[in-house]
Design a protein around this ligand. Structure first.
Ligand code: HEC
Length: 191
């Protein structure tokens, strides 16, 4: 038993030294152009999914089918999300393609995440990815509005997405589209 314990400690020690040597060696590919190995992808992806599910387990989603809320969510989405995630008929800008993990299309997201989980992701962001926490820039109503829009978006054709934008801008102007919140390069603020 004693020999077994000593052996186990020796193995752990060697593993620790090899791990530390790797950390200091510079051999890990930190470039955003180099994909993860399958193993590292599995580890990070599984960790992420379980952390999000756990984090969202106590959140209760409000009703999200109000057309005004969805229109407001379009404003949030167009101003803050489209550049990385794209939309129906609209690809991501280079920033969304250049980050790693790449910013995914959100069209399939409602199949994988329920409303509370989507809310949690948007509010808290995802550590060590380019997905920001919107906690600092959007109030919770705007985040729920973005979730309402993400859940509605898969139903839209590219034409409806464009038309939706024009309609939403006119019928439901909101803070996220107001000039003082607009950033350089944002679409034109509403009249
Ligand atoms: C700078 C780029 C960037 C911006 C801007 C951005 N995201 Fe993301 N987002 C990402 C990246 C990268 C991921 C993938 C993170 C990962 O899987 O580790 C992601 C993941 C997500 C996911 C999870 C998707 C899935 O199915 O797994 C949701 C939902 C999401 N973002 C919503 C939003 C919303 C809503 C906004 C705007 C308020 C937004 N994002 C703005 C980069 C961005």
């Amino acid at each position: 038993m004693k020999r077994f314990l000593l052996g186990a400690i020796a193995v752990l020690l060697v593993q620790g030294i090899v791990g530390l040597a790797y950390v200091y060696s510079g051999f890990f590919a930190i470039s955003a152009r180099e994909p993860h190995t399958h193993l590292l992808w599995w580890v990070t992806d599984t960790t992420k999914k379980n952390s999000i599910r756990r984090g969202a387990s106590e959140i209760e989603a409000p009703p999200l089918d109000d057309p005004e809320l969805i229109a407001r969510g379009f404003g949030v989405y167009r101003n803050h999300c489209l550049q990385c995630h794209g939309g129906p008929g609209v690809g991501p800008e280079p920033i969304g393609r250049g980050v790693y993990p790449p910013a995914p299309s959100l069209l399939p997201s409602p199949e994988h995440w329920d409303s509370a989980e989507l809310f949690w992701i948007v509010k808290n962001g995802i550590k060590m990815s380019a997905m920001p926490a919107w906690h600092f820039s959007e109030d919770e109503d705007d985040i729920w509005a973005a979730v309402a829009f993400i859940e509605h978006m898969p139903e839209l054709t590219p034409e409806q997405f464009q038309a939706f934008g024009r309609r939403a801008t006119v019928e439901a102007p909101d803070r996220s589209l107001s000039p003082e919140r607009a950033r350089i390069g944002d679409p034109e603020p509403p009249p």
